[in-house]
Write a protein that binds this ligand. Structure first.
Ligand code: ACO
Length: 323
């Protein structure tokens, strides 16, 4: 069986650190409120001249180094982003040029915070069918550009960053011992649009718009719906959730993360959490958390990983990976 396997991961965070205390100077909030309700202590903010593609390129370079690959070998780039540099071309096309990849396919996937899991499933289709020999899947976001800085209910939650993985084909036996992406479950419920959306766009207002959210409703849907998708992805992979070594959720809120882990019976020692330092970086949060877990030695080759995300759409989904 031909499978797609993760052969390198990398993450990049812009330099500028914005603490909760910094935010308390511009909106009526406090470090205490933000930490208690979300677990977030700080977030990063991209420099004015940095677009999502620039963050993506830095993460991609680190993932390529980890995989021992060069830009010349990349034949597919998928960028998951909801904050593209431009309406078009796709951020992936800008990344291709900036990385210096001479050929190949490049396009974006837009599923907001679920974008990385959606993009992985698309790339898996290319790699596992022999259509790509070396693919880059990147989550890259400049969420701070979508904030209404007068809305304390949203502006404290998000940050900027990028994470990337290299996917390559490997031959497997068709068992759960195989390396690779072993199972997916993806979902969307478009009737829940009003719970989380951006109030602008090229074909309506002609503006970029600001993020709008009914936080407590999103919270409720997140905890309930993610568990079902996680169970479905584990079933598709043929593994019980309890056998997973590392749970790597989308990093929106520590309480959501703990709520989902508890529902699934995953002990907190097996959960990767970066929400305190990164806040919610949308499509970038999972590959950033993965990169951190690999860099600090917790996540090792051969281990079973469970990824899950939920975001605007509402979209959500999960993926099981043998590293
Ligand atoms: N500082 C101080 N007070 C605040 C702030 C703030 N930053 N934000 C809201 N409040 C106030 C509200 O105005 C409200 O005051 P009121 O009672 O006087 O009206 C009070 O706090 C409670 O507001 P709630 O919205 O009910 O607070 P809740 O406990 O639900 O926490 C939060 C809000 C943190 C947004 C929570 O609902 C949440 O995390 N939801 C998930 C949303 C999320 O993470 N979305 C990300 C995208 S989707 C995803 O990635 C899963």
């Amino acid at each position: 069986v031909l499978r797609s396997a993760v052969t390198g991961v990398g993450g990049y965070l812009p330099e500028d650190v914005v603490t909760n205390h910094d935010l308390a100077k511009i909106v009526h909030t406090s470090d205490e409120w933000i930490v208690e309700r979300t677990g977030i202590r700080q977030r990063r903010k991209a420099a004015p001249e940095q677009g999502a593609s620039d963050l993506a390129v830095e993460a991609a370079k680190r993932a390529l180094d980890a995989a021992g690959r060069t830009p010349a070998e990349i034949d597919l780039i998928i960028v998951a982003t909801t904050t593209p540099d431009l309406t078009f071309p796709a951020t992936a096309a800008l990344v291709q040029r900036k990385l210096g990849c001479p050929v190949g396919v490049a396009f974006d996937v837009q599923a907001v915070c679920s974008g990385f899991v959606y993009a992985l499933s698309v790339a898996d289709g290319f790699v596992a069918r022999g259509l790509s020999k070396c693919a880059l899947v990147i989550g890259a976001e400049t969420m701070t550009r979508l904030m209404d800085w007068t809305d304390r209910g949203t502006c404290v939650l998000f940050g900027d960053g990028a994470g990337a993985v290299v996917l390559e084909p490997v031959q497997g036996q068709g068992t759960i011992e195989d390396r690779g992406l072993l199972g997916f479950a993806l979902r969307c419920d478009g009737t829940k649009q009003d719970l989380l959306y951006v109030d602008g766009g090229p074909s309506t207002t002609g503006t970029v718009g600001h993020l709008r959210m009914q936080g407590n409703q999103v919270f409720r849907h997140a905890v309930i719906n993610i568990s079902e998708a996680v169970e479905a992805a584990a079933e598709a992979a043929g593994v019980p959730v309890s056998s997973v070594d590392w749970f790597i959720p989308h990093q929106a809120n520590q309480r959501i993360l703990e709520g989902v882990a508890k529902r699934l019976g995953i002990p907190h020692e097996r959960v990767i959490s970066t929400v305190a330092e990164h806040a919610n970086t949308s499509a970038a949060s999972i590959p950033l958390a993965l990169a951190q877990g690999v860099a600090d030695g917790r996540i090792k080759p051969g281990q079973m990983l469970l990824l899950e995300a939920m975001g605007g759409g509402l979209t959500w989904g999960a993926c099981v990976i043998r590293l």
